[in-house]
Design a protein around this ligand. Structure first.
Ligand code: NAD
Length: 290
């Protein structure tokens, strides 16, 4: 297949390299100067997209996605798939899909989970929204870049799944950290706290697989001085997307709202910028009820 790949950053770069390694012809474009093994660089997004069977975008946000879509859609061949793997707001995903469909393209919103490690190893999880035909065209490429792809529904459903998942993630990380902080103040040993909660009804991915307490549970960013991992500002971005979606869909999400406010405070005023999102635990350690 001939693949156009636009946005060759931390995630897009290794994803494009994996497609090239699997034998596809990959024509890439990024605003920054990059060099990706096996990928031929074009000098614009439109040039990378022209004549491709599938165009993949992996961009920072919905505003940039909308601008890139306006540039590349007229250059794309009818019947080609437009697969956006960025994490963006549901409204942008649906607006881009509408324009692509009007140009006889097959749009798929397919954000990912698995981080930079998963992008390099080809073990990402894709959550996809779009028609069955569009999903079928993109699915063999998801197999190369990832280990699992779930077709969640029509356009926007992939972004909806991603935003809901990450809202749970932000809320449970805060709950896990505040529980550790309370346990500390009650004199409970952290290892005992982990042993009980990880096998009781309070268990969660944040406790069992990504424990925010250093030296407890499996290896996690807490054991590496809270270097990300998944940066607090990216958690904040996703929580803000969840609140934007909740507002636009008129959904009541008080826990998501509280988590957004707390990560906002942490990133903007309390030194959280650039730390892993599990660094909420040292933040709570420094605080009292007030
Ligand atoms: P990144 O900043 O490393 O990469 C984005 C790339 O897009 C950059 O190289 C930038 O130069 C390029 N770009 C920006 N505007 C452009 C334009 N108009 N035309 C062409 N290229 C342009 O970011 P990333 O970490 O690769 O993340 C990309 C997306 O994946 C984001 O939406 C992010 O939320 C999502 N995501 C990231 C992770 C992660 O762990 N990094 C995990 C899951 C999802």
């Amino acid at each position: 297949m001939k693949i156009g790949f636009i946005g060759l950053g931390n995630m897009g770069g290794p994803m494009a390299a994996n497609l090239a390694k699997a034998g596809h012809e990959v024509i890439g474009f990024d605003m920054a100067s990059v060099n990706i093994e096996g990928v031929t660089l074009a000098d614009s997004g439109a040039a990378a997209a022209a004549g491709a069977d599938v165009v993949i975008t992996m961009l920072p946000n919905g505003q940039i996605l909308r601008a890139v879509a306006d540039e590349i859609i007229p250059a794309m061949t009818a019947g080609a798939a437009f697969v956006d793997c960025s994490t963006v707001d549901v409204d942008s995903a649906r607006a881009v899909a509408e324009k692509a469909t009007a140009a006889n393209l097959l749009p798929v919103d397919a954000p990912v989970s698995g981080g930079i490690g998963g992008a390099a190893a080809g073990t990402l999880t894709f959550m996809a929204g779009g028609s069955s035909d569009a999903f079928a065209k993109a699915d063999p490429l998801f197999d190369i870049m990832g280990q699992k792809a779930v077709h969640c529904g029509d356009s926007g459903a992939g972004q909806a799944a991603k935003i809901c998942n990450n809202m749970i993630l932000g809320v449970t990380m805060i709950a896990t950290c505040e529980a550790f902080s309370l346990a500390d103040k009650l004199g409970l040993d952290r290892q005992k706290m982990f042993d009980v909660v990880s096998t009781s009804s309070g268990y969660s991915w944040t406790m069992n697989a990504y424990c925010p307490a250093p030296g407890v549970g499996p290896q996690s960013p807490a054991d590496n001085d809270y270097q990300p991992g998944f940066a607090s500002e990216l958690m904040l971005k996703d929580l803000r997307l969840s609140q934007q979606a909740a507002e636009s869909a008129d959904a009541d999400t008080p826990m998501g709202q509280a988590a957004t406010a707390l990560y906002e405070q942490f990133v903007e005023n309390e030194g959280g910028l650039g730390t892993d999102f599990s660094a909420m635990l040292p933040r709570f350690e420094k605080r009292s009820r007030g």
